[in-house]
Every structure is written in structure tokens, then in C-alpha cells.
Design a protein around this ligand. Sequence first.
Ligand code: NDP
Length: 288
Amino acid sequence: MAIILNGNELSARKREQIAQETRVFAAQHGRAPGLAVILVGDDPASSIYVRTKKNDCTQVGIRSFDHHLPEHTEAEEVLSLIKTLNADGEVDGILVQLPLPAHIDTQEVLLTIDPAKDVDGFHPYNMGRLLVGEPTILPCTPSGVMYMLREHSVEIKGKDAVIVGRSNIVGKPMALLLMMEHATVTICHSRTRNLDQKIAAADIVVAAIGKAEMIKGEWIKEGAVVIDVGMNRTEAGLKGDVSFEAAREHASYITPVPGGVGPMTRAMLLENTLVAARGHQKNRAAKT
Ligand code: NDP
């Protein structure tokens, strides 16, 4: 029976550490780190995420600045707000809650954020730094997964890792981070053939698909580490991409849904804000 990688416990520990470091930062610089959160429209799930992020900030002593714009806001207005926040000395991080309404070009919005304030780690500059093996700000979900693996001393070097999903925010950066730790990585997606066989050969499985319980327990190799990023709302509640009960019979470690990767993602956003704030202060000091 697998050991559960408990994201609630691990993230509580991480948040406590961030709260302490935030107090030190505030004492040194006379201000708390600041995170600006932009929400366009009233998507219920996005509104919940934004509220949660704001509460998380308050809990660790990070200031949050809300920018809630109506659904029909012109793209120009969003870009102009980002430019203002880029220049604002109180703002260390800028987060644009995705998805944006269809009339706004997401890539253009992400490109407008100052890479030094890109606390989601989605700006092509930060993605590129990761690709060349010199990461600055890491995307929160893959970074949270790596934290969980490290905290449980899961060996990665030389292991065969299979990632299901090739999105920019999870699958691709996850692959790069595991490769940096010397795993041999296979990335699977919707056109992959014989997915079950690929998973059956994996020492580490990361599922980031968005399809409830698509990965069957019997596909999992004995002793494999299973990381379930998926969050799927079903009639039976929130489910991951992995059939948890069956998979835990085979895995050595497994993340539950809920209470696994999700809370770690939230904690890593706070860490990224603190890291951005330190960088911001350093740049200011260099200019004076
Ligand atoms: P995307 O929709 O951007 O990507 C999904 C990926 O899954 C795509 O690469 C797609 O392949 C692949 N896929 C779809 N169907 C199959 C299939 N039948 N077989 C193999 N691969 C398939 O999703 P995200 O990466 O944004 O998110 C993935 C999941 O993780 C979602 O449930 C999301 O809610 C959750 N999530 C959870 C987070 C957390 O903190 N826990 C954070 C971010 C996301 P293709 O590229 O070919 O279309």
C-alpha cells in the first residue's frame, strides 16, 4: 500500500516557512511583498481561485492587490493595467487568472508582464530559462511536485518518468524539471499509442490530463511513484486523473485528490512572490 504524499501537510509546513521569511523581508525593507491579481470576468471557478490566493497571501503576510475587471474589458485596457503594475514599486508579482475571455489574446497578455514579476512562471522568458537549465521563476504546479518529491527523498536520478499531458503550465515544465534531476522522461498526450504500456514501464508517473480516473490502477508498476495533478469535478466530487484506490495498491507513493498537488501549487505561488520581491529589492538597490 502506497505512502500518501499529503499536500495539505507539506504545504502547511512550506507556508509557515514562507511566513517567517516574509516577516524577515518586511523588517529589512519596511514593506511586505506585494502580489497583484487580475481577474477578467466572473467565471465562478476563477473567482474562487482568486479568493483563495488572496486569503493565502494574507495568511503569510503578503499584500494582495485586487484588479477585478468586467468580462467585456478591451484587451488594451488589460495590457495597460499590466504596464502600470510593471512600474509599481509596491507590486512584486503579477498574476493574471486564466482562462481569459476569448476576445483577449492570452499570449500577448503573458508577454506584457515583466518577467521579473511573472510569479506564475508562464512568461516565455522564464520558460526559456527553464529550458536552458537556468530557471529563475518556476511554474507553481511542477515546482510544487518537485518539492513533494524532495521532501519525501524520492530518488529521481536514473528513473523512468512518464508524464501524461504536454501543456505549457504543467506537462512541459514538469518534464524539464524531472530531466534536470536526471530522470529519463517520456511525455505522452492525446495521440500517444499504447499509453497503458508506457505507464506500466514507468518508475514515476505524472498525470496532468483533465480526465477523471483515466489512468487505471492496474497500469501502475509495483513500487512506482504516482503524482496526480488532475482536478476533475464529477458528480462524485473532485477526482484526479488516476484511479486512486486501485493505484495505491501498486504504488510506493501517491498523491490524493483533493489534498495532494493542489495545495502545493498554492504554496509555490507564495514562494514565487517572495522570490520576486527579493529580486525586486536587489534591483532597486543596484540602481541607487
Ligand atoms: P490541458 O488541457 O492544457 O492539457 C491536457 C493534456 O492532456 C494535453 O496535453 C492533452 O493532449 C492530454 N490528453 C488529453 N486527453 C488525453 C488522453 N486520452 N490520453 C493522453 N493524453 C491526453 O490541461 P492542463 O495541463 O492545464 O491541466 C491538466 C489537469 O491538471 C486538469 O485537470 C487541471 O484542472 C489540472 N491542474 C491542476 C493543478 C493543480 O494545482 N493541482 C494546476 C494546473 C492544472 P494534447 O496535447 O494532445 O491535447
